[in-house]
Design a protein around this ligand. Structure first.
Ligand code: FAD
Length: 391
């Protein structure tokens, strides 16, 4: 039968698969990237104008990943010759009673992240009165925020993967994978059959459908439809929220997690959203109106003192989260008959974009070297779900 046609076949061309294709091709591997829809489509998790990058996290194990990712974003955009990463300050707000907010503060101390803990008056002073904090809430400000241009960054990885020799094919849905004496055979809906030494699966919200088919196991990864919402800033206040000024990317910790970014993509509009949405089947989407919209409107009115028009979002883009029960990623070998020949990178739970350059490196190392020193995989193993379900 001869040698496998590819060293590495990557299934799914969102930001994670595209980054992996880039890292693999750059390493000199014969690489194939397969995507079920058109490249840069809008039915997964990686499209749109922007994502936040921040170095503050309630979970300690993401700090080294984010720190390394900042460096990689700068290096990779220098290689392609245009910017996908735009710097901003970052602000987290919350009450000390909130365990996640407290953990963010503790982690900043533990990991030596330069930060300022501010009371409500200090937040008002630092951000020229733009934030109006609730009674007893604090702000934690750092220099390390920023925005990543989502579709542009995914396209950047694909461009560079192609430049380094990868083969990229869209409208090629993978319907099965089989182990064949040490190599892996990948079957597409179009009737194609491709052979690779190794396979990386980065299929986002379609993870449990494909994994169930190829390994017969149920991964608890739930697709959630959520929305990116852009709101009109009232006349005369637009410049205060523009990137490059003092307005930060931010996260609000509480019963509901809200987030926002400075104005960059749509002049006069501010991106303000809520972390959550409606459970769905990624192939039978509700394309709904947006969950928790009333909570979001109330929160915007209170936090920005009426300067944002909350009648309705001016621009609204639907997007999928692929949520795990603990909101940690899944990075692991598929195991079973495939042993270490198939690697999973899925379940990025609405916060993976910022770490995509490093995730691509990790998945490439796992596939080719069988190990990585860039992350402690114990946080990302499939086995943890068995432990969770036994509790
Ligand atoms: C509204 C929203 C806001 C977010 N905000 C942030 C943020 O501020 N910061 C941050 O870091 N992260 C954020 N995220 C999360 C981040 O965008 C995701 O973690 C990341 O995009 C996940 O990428 P992915 O490649 O795993 O998934 P996807 O982008 O969904 O890619 C998976 C790809 O696999 C393809 N595929 C599936 N099945 C098959 C098959 N059988 N054969 C071939 N191809 C297949 C799909 O079509 C898809 O293109 C946000 C996400 C959303 C939706």
């Amino acid at each position: 039968m001869g040698d496998p046609q590819f060293d590495l076949i990557i299934i799914g061309a969102g930001v994670m698969g595209s980054s992996t294709a880039y890292q693999a091709a750059k390493r000199g591997l014969k690489t194939l990237l397969l995507e079920q829809f058109d490249f840069l489509h809008q039915r997964g998790s990686s499209h749109g104008e922007s994502r936040t990058i921040r170095s503050t996290y309630p979970q300690s194990h993401y700090y080294p990943l984010v720190v390394e990712s900042y460096k990689l974003w700068e290096e990779i955009q220098a290689e392609v010759g245009y910017n996908v990463y735009f710097k901003a300050q970052h602000l987290d707000i919350g009450h000390l009673d909130d365990p996640s907010f407290r953990a963010v503060i503790e982690n900043c101390r533990k990991h030596g992240v330069n930060h300022q803990l501010l009371n409500a008056e200090q937040v008002t002073a630092k951000y020229s009165g733009k934030f109006n904090l609730q009674e007893g809430w604090l702000g934690l400000s750092t220099e390390h925020g920023g925005m990543l241009k989502a579709t542009k960054a995914t396209a950047m990885f694909q461009t560079l993967a192609h430049k380094h020799g990868a083969v990229l094919k869209d409208n090629s849905k993978v319907v099965d994978i089989k182990n064949n004496g040490g190599e892996v055979v990948v079957f597409t809906e179009n009737g194609e059959k491709v052979r690779g030494k190794k396979v990386v699966v980065t299929v986002g919200s379609w993870a449990n459908k494909l994994i169930k088919k190829i390994r017969g196991i149920d991964l608890p990864i739930q697709a959630i439809e959520t929305h990116l919402c852009y709101w009109r800033i009232k006349e005369g206040h637009e410049d205060k929220f523009a990137i490059g000024g003092d307005f930060p990317t931010f996260a609000s910790y509480g019963k509901i997690y809200y987030y926002g970014t400075p104005t960059l993509e749509f002049p006069g509009l501010l991106k303000l959203g809520v972390h959550g949405g409606l459970k769905c089947d990624p192939d039978r989407r509700p394309w709904g109106q947006g969950e928790m919209m009333n909570d979001l409107k109330k929160w915007i009115d209170r936090t920005f003192s009426g300067v944002i028009d909350t009648t309705k979002p001016v621009v609204k883009q639907a997007c999928l989260y692929s949520m795990t029960p603990d909101e940690n990623f899944v990075i692991d070998f598929l195991d079973g008959e495939f042993k270490n020949n198939v690697v999973l990178g899925v379940g990025f739970s609405g916060h993976g974009f910022k770490m995509a350059p490093l995730v691509g490196k990790i998945l490439t190392e796992l596939a080719t070297d069988g190990k990585t020193d860039k992350a402690d995989l114990n946080h990302y193993r499939i086995g943890r779900f068995q432990r969770i379900s036994k509790i």
